[in-house]
Write a protein that binds this ligand. Structure first.
Ligand code: GLA
Length: 389
């Protein structure tokens, strides 16, 4: 991982090369992996993410000409630039829509414009919340520069609105909460209904364990497609059950009313069953981590979560199933796909000294099945969004 000093120097230099002067500061926000609690967030349920050491850095300075400008060190050197007054949902399009959506959220404060240069080592399209790292780094920067009264939960909301209302991606609150609220050495237990949270200590290294992250290389796209379909199916199931959110149901027996003999009823039952059982799995994992139980015990809960995402929620893909199967066959205590689905990454809970053998087993299976070699790293619970300079 890039050290903070290197990150500041690199982003500041790129900012100066692009905009002809120094930034007012450099801010960082991390990507995340979710230990458990997938697709529960827009159902007002529970999640348990950790922040990754991988961050997006935003070098930012206010301007005086009423323009807003966005550049990326990962881009082709071009700058997306327009009048502050021209910002509107969907304009600009593409990657710049994410930071632009955050600027749009505080446009009343930013009378005379802003320049933003971003630099990231969060893998993009890998289901590790590169978009939240982007929006949250810019949200924190703008808070410090023009909106000091915003607290961290406000920043989560600012970043969420950028993604939902400006970019048009119908995501929940998981990724932005993880990026802003996580702390080093902890998982964030968040109740997305009332947004209360608890920092749950997660020192797997002390137990001789590690979380292996494997990027399947299959990219996903949240702004459309399957993610939105799943969200609508959950909303429809809740409506048929007469509840505001599926979170309100805590026993699968409460889903019987969805069974109406039609194929659609069967689909809604499976979707809702995933949400109900997934919320229970989050509580089970939190209870195990809070007590002094051996953390290896959470392994089978993770694998059960994967099976539910694969069979009931139907958002896994063969490459993710291959990671889970090969990792568990090679000795992982549990494994599951993470994030929105249809691609992205999977995690496996392994003995620290078995990291190499589990990685080798996954790589061998990928080779055999014609997937490209997987990118792997270990997830150490890291700090949330912060100012670097
Ligand atoms: C994506 C979304 C989140 C959440 C996860 C699934 O990462 O951005 O809001 O719904 O998928 O848990």
């Amino acid at each position: 991982m890039t050290s903070d000093e290197e990150a500041v120097a690199r982003a500041s230099q790129a900012f100066a090369d692009t905009f002809g002067g120094p930034p007012e500061g450099v801010w960082a926000a991390p990507g995340r992996v979710n230990v458990i609690g997938e697709h529960t967030d827009y159902n007002a349920g529970f999640v348990l993410p950790v922040a990754l050491p991988h961050t997006t850095r935003a070098a930012v300075a206010r301007r005086h000409d009423g323009r807003v400008a966005f550049a990326s060190r990962q881009g082709d050197g071009s700058v997306v630039e327009l009048d502050l007054a021209e910002l509107a949902p969907g304009r600009p399009e593409g990657w710049a829509g994410y930071p632009a959506g955050v600027v749009w959220g505080v446009r009343d404060r930013l009378g005379a414009g802003v320049s933003v240069l971003v630099d990231t080592d969060v893998p993009v399209g890998a289901g590790l919340s590169s978009s939240a790292a982007l929006t949250c780094s810019v949200a924190l920067a703008l808070r410090d520069l023009v909106a000091p009264e915003l607290d961290r939960p406000d920043l989560v909301e600012l970043a969420r609105r950028a993604e939902n209302d400006f970019v048009g991606a119908p995501t929940g609150i998981l990724d932005q909460s993880a990026s802003v609220l996580c702390t080093e050495g902890h998982a964030l237990f968040l109740d997305t209904r009332d947004r209360t949270s608890e920092q749950v200590p997660l020192d797997l290294a002390a137990a001789g364990l590690a979380v292996l992250v494997v990027d399947s290389g299959v990219t996903h796209e949240h702004a459309g497609g399957g993610y939105g379909d799943r969200r609508r199916e959950c909303e429809l199931a809740a409506e048929r059950l007469g509840v505001a959110f599926l979170r309100e149901i805590d026993d699968v027996a409460g889903l019987d009313a969805l069974v109406d003999g039609t194929p659609e009823g069967g689909v809604l039952l499976r979707r809702a069953r995933h949400i109900v059982t997934e919320n229970a799995r989050v509580l089970e994992v939190v209870a195990a981590l809070r007590g002094d139980a051996d953390p290896r015990r959470i392994g089978p809960i993770l694998t059960a979560g994967h099976e539910s995402l694969r069979d009931d929620f139907e958002i896994s893909v063969p490459a993710l199933d291959a990671i889970v199967e090969s990792a568990t066959a090679a000795g992982a205590y549990g494994a599951r796909m993470v994030g929105g689905g249809f691609g992205g990454s999977a995690i496996a809970l392994v003995e620290a000294d078995a990291l190499d053998s589990v990685t080798a087993a996954v790589t061998e299976r990928f080779g055999r099945e014609g997937h490209g070699p997987p990118r792997t790293f270990t997830a150490v619970p890291s700090a949330g969004a912060r100012r670097l300079s």
